[in-house]
Write a protein that binds this ligand. Sequence first.
Ligand SMILES: [Cu+2]
Length: 295
Amino acid sequence: MNSRNRFLGLALAAAAGARAGCGDSGSSAVEPAQAAEKSPAPAAAAIVPPALPAAVATAAAPAGVAPVVAPPVEGGPAYDPAKATGGIKATVKYTGNLPKMRPVKFDADPECGKQHTSAVPEETVAGKDGKLQNVIVYVSKGFEKWSYKAPADPVVLDQKGCMYVPHVFTVMAGQPIAIKNSDPVMHNVHAIPKVNKEFNRSQLKGSKDLSEKFDKPELPVIIKCDVHGWMKSWAGVFAHPFHAVTGEDGTAAIKLPAGEYEISVWHEKLAVPAMQKVTVAEGAVKDVEFTFEIK
Ligand SMILES: [Cu+2]
């Protein structure tokens, strides 16, 4: 099997898995999401394979372009973060109506409900003032020339008020993920990747942090709690450090060395807009804008 076919095969399997894996909550019935999840083969057909060996990719969103998460070419010079004098600032917008986020039902565990004095909306499609939150922004091309070392500092995933904080995060392959339990209840942290190793660990109240990692690039990886069905977090795992997640203001910044790049986005429920090519100049921050169409 040549690398292109292998790539498409992996992507198809991952796309099928992603569709199968995220429709079981019962807590988040969002129309565009359902359309996206049920989208058939054309989604995979739209995947653009990069000219890289042993590429690994997954596709959760169907439209226009699919997420590409590839490893860098081995043997390139070590990436020097000091060279990242410029970068991008992505603003992620949406058109159409944001689906109304229903309040999370904590009934299954009264201890969880007690921690909230007001209703907690789902985070599935979050945004305001036309700006979309929880979108992963990442470099999908242009990173291949360097080799990278994963940071030793962990990314922190907390369980607080029986919600994952953050709801969406990015991490480098091989970088530790410190999983905290700030709650007075037991949780069960269950990561269900397609190319990485699955883990499924219970964490009693007051237990010390768990340490986990994903060894290979993959987008997305869902992390769920088997005790509390509404608890979900999504991870984007990258071979490089050029990724970020949009905040409440719909923006995300990525530091980059001068050069040409392709920037892609991913959202857990919505069809993603096409990737964009950007040229980053030395010491300059380039504005990039993506718009999700909510139908
Ligand atoms: Cu839980």
